[in-house]
Write a protein that binds this ligand. Structure first.
Ligand code: ATP
Ligand code: MG
Ligand code: MG
Ligand code: MG
Length: 569
C-alpha cells in the first residue's frame, strides 16, 4: 500500500474523552472514529487489524472442527419469548418493531436463533456432536459504553454453539474449545489467563473466561501464588475464616443479607432454588424518616429476579409501570413492607457482579399500599453501588489450599460455557438417540470479543510513541520510509524496488511515499505501530545500505540493500 493513496488519519492531540491508552491510540493512529456512544467506524487502518484478528479466530475455529454459519443480526421476539429471555434480558436488549408492528431485537447473542435452526435441521444422534460458529456484529445497549471498542454497543463477536447427545460429549467439546481459545490467544501474542467464571445470566453449569491482563481491565482476577488456581473474583470462593477481615457487609455498611425466611419466601414465590441464590443475595437496608428499617433492594443472581422497595433510593430505576398492594409485596418478600426489619443478619453476603438484569420485580416506598411492580431495574447502576464489595481479598488462602491469592485486573476477551439444556429444553430441541427415543440436546456456547481484542492488544503493547503491534495482527508488517523521494529518483526507485520485493515475498508493506518531512513520517509509522521499518535515503544508498529499526528496538542498524528480505525472514 502507498501511504500517499491511503487514509492515514493520524492525530497529534490526545482526544479528551478517551480515558484509556488503547482508546486514545486507536483514535490517534486513525484506526477508528466515533459515530455515537458505543458506535464506531473502523477506518482502513483499523479494519486491517480487525480482519487479521478475525482470520486467526476463524482459522483456529475451523481447525477445531467447528462449522461457520452466519445468522441474522435482527431476531424475532417469538424466539426470545420461547426461551423466556424476552422479559428477562433487560435494558441491554435493543427491541424494535417492523412496519407490521411485529417485535424484533438486534441480537446481543444468538442462543435462540441457533437452537431454532438446529432443532429443525438435526434429527439424529448420528449428526452429533456439532459445533457452529459465526463472526457477527452484536448489539448490546450497554449502560456505560466506554473505552472505545472495548465496551462498545455495537461490536464484533465470534460466537459458537455446540450440540450434544449427552453431558460427556459436551465436556469433550468444551475441552476442545478451551484448547482452541489458548491457541487463538497465543497466536495473537496476548498475555492472558483462563479463569474459572460464573455462568451468570446465560445459565449453565461450568464456565471459563479468558482474560488479558491489563490495569485498565474491568474485572478482578484472583490467582494463587503457588498453583494454577485462577478465577474471576465473582466466582472465587472465600475460604478465609470469618472475622479475620471485614465481612463484605462491613465493607459497605448499608448492605446486609436477608433472613432465611425472606430468602425462602422469595425462592418459593419465584420458583427458584434458594440454595443457589442465597450466596448471591444482596439486601440493602435503609432507615426511613421514622427510623424504621426497611428492605430497600434485593438482588438475586442469574436469571432470577429482583425485588426492591423504595425505588427512589436506587439509581437507574425506570418509570414505574404498575402498583402492587401490601398484600402482594408481603407475598413476595414474606414480611410487612416498610417494617421488614431486622435485616442485619448473620450470613455475610456475596455480591455477584454478573447478576442479571431483572425485570418484573416489586418495589415501592415505605408507605401503605404504595408499591410499584414491573419496574425495570438497571443492574449496572445497582451494581455500581456495590462495586467495592468483595468476597475475597489479596492474601486470602487459595481455595485449593495451595498458596495465597493475588488480585490483578483483567479484560474479558473470551468466555466459554456449558449451557446444559437450558435453551434446548425451553425450545424443545431434541434428537432421536440410538433407541429411537427423543432426547433433549446438551449445549455449549463459546464467545470471543473480536473487536475488543484489538483494544486489549494495544493495552499490552504500546509505548510513549504509540502502538507496538505483534506481527500477526499489525495493519502492515513493514513500513518503508523514503526520504526526499520526490527530489531523488534514486531513492524513489530503490523504495519501489524494495516495496515490490517484500510484497512478492508475502509481506504486508506500507511505503510512506508522502511528501512529508522525515520526522512526520517516522512519528506516524511509530504511532500506527508497524513492527518493522526500513528507511531509504540517498546517504544510505551511497553506502549500499538501508536503515532498519524494529518497533521495539532501541537502536537502528544499517543493512546491505540485498540483505533486507533475508533479514526479515
Ligand atoms: P462483559 O463482562 O465485558 O460485559 P460479557 O460477559 O457480557 O462481557 P459475553 O456474553 O461473555 O460478554 O460475550 C462474549 C465476549 O464478547 C466477551 O468475552 C467479550 O470479549 C465480548 N464483549 C461482550 N460485551 C462487549 C462489548 N460491549 N463490547 C465489546 N466486546 C464485548
Ligand atoms: Mg456484558
Ligand atoms: Mg463478563
Ligand atoms: Mg462473559
Amino acid at each position: 500500500m502507498r501511504a500517499s493513496r491511503y487514509l492515514i488519519a493520524t492525530q497529534k492531540e490526545t482526544p479528551a474523552d478517551a480515558e484509556i491508552i488503547s482508546h486514545q491510540l486507536m483514535l490517534r493512529a486513525g484506526m477508528i472514529r466515533k459515530l455515537a456512544a458505543g458506535l464506531y467506524t473502523w477506518l482502513p487502518m483499523g479494519l486491517r487489524t480487525l480482519r487479521k484478528v478475525e482470520r486467526i479466530v476463524r482459522e483456529e475455529m475451523d481447525k477445531s472442527g467447528a462449522q461457520e454459519v452466519l445468522m441474522p443480526a435482527v431476531q424475532p421476539a417469538e424466539l426470545w419469548q420461547e426461551s423466556g429471555r424476552w422479559t428477562q434480558y433487560g435494558g441491554e436488549l435493543l427491541r424494535m418493531n417492523d412496519r407490521h408492528g411485529r417485535e424484533f431485537c438486534f441480537g446481543p447473542t444468538h442462543e435462540e436463533v441457533i437452537t431454532d435452526l438446529i432443532r429443525n435441521e438435526v434429527k439424529s444422534y448420528k449428526e452429533l456432536p456439532a459445533n457452529f460458529y459465526q463472526i457477527q456484529t452484536k448489539f448490546r445497549d450497554e449502560r456505560r459504553p466506554r473505552f472505545g471498542v472495548m465496551r462498545a454497543r455495537e461490536f464484533i463477536m465470534k460466537d459458537a454453539y455446540s450440540f450434544h447427545l449427552d453431558a460427556e460429549s459436551l465436556n469433550e467439546t468444551y475441552q476442545v474449545m478451551h484448547r482452541t481459545y489458548c491457541s487463538i490467544f497465543d497466536r495473537l501474542g496476548l498475555d492472558y489467563r483462563p479463569v474459572q467464571a460464573d455462568s451468570g445470566a446465560i445459565g449453565g453449569s461450568a464456565s471459563h473466561e479468558f482474560h488479558v491482563l491489563a490495569s485498565s481491565g474491568e474485572d478482578d482476577i484472583v490467582f494463587s501464588t503457588e498453583s494454577d488456581y485462577a478465577a474471576n473474583i465473582e466466582k472465587a470462593e472465600a475460604v478465609a475464616p470469618a472475622g479475620e477481615r471485614p465481612s463484605p457487609a462491613e465493607q459497605m455498611k448499608e448492605v446486609a443479607t436477608p433472613g432465611q425466611r425472606t430468602i425462602d419466601a422469595i425462592a418459593a414465590f419465584l420458583d427458584i432454588d434458594a440454595t443457589r441464590t442465597v450466596k448471591t443475595l444482596l439486601v440493602k437496608a435503609e432507615e426511613d424518616e421514622n427510623g424504621k428499617s426497611g428492605l430497600v433492594a434485593l438482588i438475586l443472581r442469574g436469571d432470577h429476579t429482583l425485588n426492591e422497595i423504595k425505588a427512589e433510593n436506587l439509581p437507574g430505576v425506570a418509570e414505574p409501570l404498575t402498583m402492587a398492594t401490601d398484600e402482594e409485596i408481603k407475598r413476595v418478600i414474606g414480611c410487612e413492607p416498610g417494617s421488614i426489619g431486622p435485616v442485619n443478619l448473620p450470613v455475610p453476603c456475596i455480591v455477584d457482579r454478573s447478576a442479571a438484569h431483572l425485570a418484573d420485580f416489586v418495589c415501592g416506598a415505605n408507605r401503605d399500599d404504595y408499591h410499584l411492580t414491573g419496574v425495570n431495574w438497571d443492574r449496572d447502576a445497582a451494581l455500581g453501588r456495590v462495586e467495592d464489595l468483595r468476597n475475597v481479598v489479596e492474601g486470602d488462602p487459595s481455595p485449593d489450599g495451595k498458596g495465597t491469592l493475588e488480585i490483578r485486573r483483567g479484560i474479558e476477551v473470551g468466555h466459554i460455557f456449558k449451557l446444559g439444556n437450558k435453551y434446548s429444553k425451553a425450545m424443545n430441541a431434541t434428537v432421536l438417540d440410538e433407541n429411537g427415543k427423543s432426547v433433549v440436546m446438551e449445549m455449549g456456547c463459546y464467545g470471543v470479543g473480536v473487536s475488543r481484542i484489538v483494544a486489549a492488544s494495544i493495552e499490552q503493547n504500546h509505548d510513549d510513541k504509540g502502538i507496538i503491534w505483534p506481527d500477526a495482527i499489525a495493519p502492515f508488517e513493514v513500513a518503508i520510509v523514503t526520504l526526499n523521494a520526490h527530489k531523488s529518483p534514486t531513492v524513489a526507485e530503490a523504495g519501489e524496488k524494495l516495496y515490490e520485493q517484500l510484497r512478492q515475498a508475502g509481506f504486508d508493506v506500507l511505503i510512506d511515499d508522502r511528501n512529508e518531512r522525515p520526522g512526520v513520517k517516522f512519528a506516524d509509522m511509530e504511532l500506527i505501530g508497524i513492527p518493522h521499518r526500513f528507511v531509504v535515503s540517498d546517504r544510505g544508498l551511497a553506502a549500499g545500505t538501508l536503515e532498519y529499526k524494529g518497533r521495539r528496538d532501541e537502536d537502528k542498524q544499517d543493512i546491505p540493500v540485498a540483505e533486507a528480505l533475508p533479514f526479515l525472514i
